[in-house]
Design a protein. Structure first.
Length: 79
């Protein structure tokens, strides 16, 4: 068994944001449909905007403190 150190840089931490953010956005859009005058059909482009914003956040996140670990089956060159 090998011990894998998890990276704590901002870019690696932001990888798990997409799913929860999209689910929350969809929930909010359905809530707006339920209580407002807008339908989901009019608001669905907001999902694309949110996905784009998350991707921009992920790409611009800092890699300061990034640690690479050798995982089994990874294609990292050996020196």
């Amino acid at each position: 068994m090998t011990t894998v150190d998890r990276c704590s840089c901002a870019r690696c931490r932001s990888r798990g944001l997409m799913g929860p953010v999209v689910l929350i956005t969809i929930g909010v859009l359905f809530m707006i449909q339920q209580y407002g005058r807008y339908s989901f059909g009019e608001l669905w482009p907001v999902i694309l905007i949110v996905v784009g914003l998350v991707k921009v956040f992920q790409a611009s996140a800092s890699t300061e403190g990034h640690s690479t670990s050798s995982l089994p089956g990874s294609n990292q060159p050996t020196a």
